[in-house]
Ligand binder design. Structure first.
Ligand code: SF4
Ligand code: MG
Length: 325
């Protein structure tokens, strides 16, 4: 397995009037070439902040990456100059977000926006950039791309707009695509189509994908492996199969139980696990899941569990697995 991205001991804090928010508090994971990795967690668990940190897009102040490394093909992104970063962002590492309307300019035709991106990163002339843009729209399943390329964003449905964003993100052949809740705003059928598309393109173009979601149902069908985040840390990372069929961390277990069944096409929220996610401002030195955990022991309330790493790359942070270390 070729590792393309290594996140090591990442800590990202925010200074607020109420105190220091430890949004990302010691995150470790690896992403392999062409792998689709799901990052799952409740809102505030640090999943989006982790990805923004990778891209050096943390607003500072109030945010600050206080510790850690992010190695992209072995080079630390957190130590790069703005110029080096700009050449990587959008080109080697691309991002898509929940609402394409916020990333698309409503006043410009799709052709202008798509071709601008392609010309900028691939140094093509207008004619070749247009051909490439049409090729990308075809690839993401936009019907009649020669005509639709002249439309404005509002002339597309939500699902079609997200396809355009995917075309834009992939037009520079990135090695990594970070997708932050890309389908949350869409209805269930369209959601499934977009997820299938991302998975299919990832395999075809050998693009690694980080799929960030609060919905474990989203990762079930499309991810090779899954990171479960809780209170700024990865509490479990495992293959898709192990996460769903043999979860180790009690929080993962709770999540699995609360995944909506496929035969009920409702988009229920994840958390029917009792209790509230912890306040990341006053994180106690203990397992932050202990108030919600029915397996909690004394030491869970006094010390943070260490990260247990298994040979197959699986990782768990829970005192129950201390003996496996
Ligand atoms: Fe539960 Fe203890 Fe494991 Fe935390 S460390 S998840 S409280 S058993
Ligand atoms: Mg988020």
């Amino acid at each position: 397995n070729d590792v393309i991205l290594e996140v090591k001991n990442l800590h990202t804090y925010f200074n607020t009037d109420a105190g220091v928010v430890k949004a990302v508090n010691g995150v470790n994971y690896n992403l392999n070439k062409g792998e689709v990795l799901g990052i799952v967690g409740e809102s505030g668990s640090g999943k989006s902040v982790t990805s923004l940190s990778i891209m050096s897009l943390i607003p500072s102040p109030p945010g600050k990456i206080v510790d850690g490394e992010v190695l992209f093909n072995g080079k630390n992104l957190l130590k790069m100059s703005d110029r080096e970063l700009r050449s990587i962002r959008g080109d080697k590492i691309a991002m898509i977000f929940q609402d394409p309307m916020t990333s698309l300019n409503p006043f410009l035709r799709i052709s202008t926006q798509l071709m601008e991106t392609i010309e900028l990163h691939q140094k093509l002339n207008k004619e070749d950039a247009r051909a490439k843009a049409i090729e990308m729209l075809t690839l993401v399943g936009i019907p009649s791309p020669e005509q639709r390329i002249n439309n404005y964003p509002h002339q597309f449905s939500g699902g079609m707009r997200q396809r355009v964003m995917i075309a834009m993100a992939l037009s520079c052949n990135p090695e990594v695509l970070i997708a932050d809740e890309p389908t949350t705003a869409l209805d269930v059928t369209i959601q499934a189509q977009i997820l299938d598309l991302i998975k299919d393109l990832s395999k075809r173009l050998n693009t690694a994908v980080i799929m960030i979601t609060h919905d474990l149902g989203v990762v079930a069908g499309m991810c090779d492996s899954v990171c479960v985040m809780y209170a700024g840390k990865v509490v479990e990372k495992a293959s898709n199969d192990d996460i769903f069929n043999n979860p180790k961390h009690p929080y993962t277990e709770g999540l699995i139980k609360s995944v909506p069944r496929l035969d009920k096409a409702t988009s229920q929220k994840l958390y029917s696990i009792e209790g509230q996610p912890p306040n990341v401002i006053d994180l106690p030195e203990c397992c932050p899941f202990h108030p919600r955990c029915d397996k909690a022991m004394d030491k869970c309330r006094n010390t943070y569990p260490p990260e247990v790493n298994y040979e197959n790359g699986r990782q768990v942070r829970c005192w129950l697995y201390e003996g496996d270390k």
